[in-house]
Design a binder for this molecule. Structure first.
Ligand SMILES: Nc1ncnc2c1ncn2[C@@H]1O[C@H](COP(=O)(O)OP(=O)(O)OP(=O)(O)O)[C@@H](O)[C@H]1O
Length: 250
């Protein structure tokens, strides 16, 4: 799938069409997503921002095939996720999508290097040494590979988790508040490495965050209020971003 932006052909890594998600029923009915249309371009670092409860996590979970929508469609790497049953969806996620969470979720008894290689081992795929070295280099982990997670700082542990997400060469990486457990210095370092992954490895990263400082590392920012996208900004300045976040529904 492609879209034309300023005379360049842009490949779309993931998109949603008229996506709705409701929780509960009757008096407790919540409209978490209200007809979301969005195209997330490949090779870009996109932040999803909005107030608490606006639907950021719901949107990410639906785009990543972790949760089903109530109606509408999601396409990732050219595949309509609605056409996949649970087993096919699990395999699709394994082969095409990378995940980074706020909690690093590293296995404590494995070294950093072993943690990074785990997804390949679990899926029985051969290790591409060139890819592994590239990822380790971009994440700045070459001298930490033999360390256990307990011997690494929080920022280093999150970089290992990012390397683990990248080593399988996914079409898109979803990061849910990846710096939520880190102090500002470690956050800046992790975000810098995520941005390098996009620039130097051609990865597509979509990050949910509520931190303006984190969004500043992104190329594009999708702003969501009350279950609807109110802005999709390309390389926004701080003032433009703050205005979009304040603005609410257009
Ligand atoms: N499992 C659920 N059951 C019922 N309501 C839910 C459920 N998950 C989310 N919601 C509701 O859907 C809306 C969107 O929630 P969501 O978690 O997507 O927002 P968010 O922007 O990620 O919030 P936060 O920044 O606080 O994590 C909220 O009103 C929330 O209370």
């Amino acid at each position: 799938m492609t879209q034309t932006t300023q005379n360049t052909r842009v490949h779309t890594a993931a998109s949603a069409r008229d996506l709705t998600k409701t929780y509960g029923r009757g008096d407790s009915l919540v409209h978490a997503l209200r007809g979301v249309d969005v195209d997330l371009p490949a090779g870009r670092f996109t932040a999803i921002m909005g107030p608490s409860g606006s639907g950021k996590s719901t949107l990410m979970h639906c785009l990543a095939g972790l949760d089903g929508a109530t109606s509408g469609s999601v396409t990732v790497a050219g595949r309509d996720l609605a056409g996949l049953d649970d087993t096919a969806l699990t395999l699709f996620r394994r082969d095409h999508i990378g995940f980074v969470f706020q909690a690093f979720n590293l296995l404590p008894m494995l070294t950093a290097g072993q943690n990074i290689l785990l997804p390949l081992e679990l899926s029985g795929r051969a290790v591409d040494r060139v890819r592994y070295d590239q990822v380790v280099g971009v994440l700045g982990l070459a001298d930490r590979l033999g360390h256990l997670p307990s011997q690494l700082s929080g920022g280093q542990q999150q970089r290992v988790a990012i390397a683990r997400a990248l080593v399988t060469q996914p079409d898109i990486v979803f990061a849910d508040e990846p710096t939520g457990n880190l102090d500002s210095e470690a956050s800046a370092e992790v975000l810098g490495h995520l941005r390098r992954s996009v620039r130097e490895l051609g990865m597509t990263v979509v990050m949910v965050t509520h931190e303006l400082d984190a969004a500043a590392y992104a190329d594009d920012v999708v702003v969501i209020h009350d279950g609807a996208i109110t802005a999709h900004l390309s390389d926004p300045g701080q003032d433009e971003l703050v205005a979009a976040l304040r603005g609410g529904r257009a």
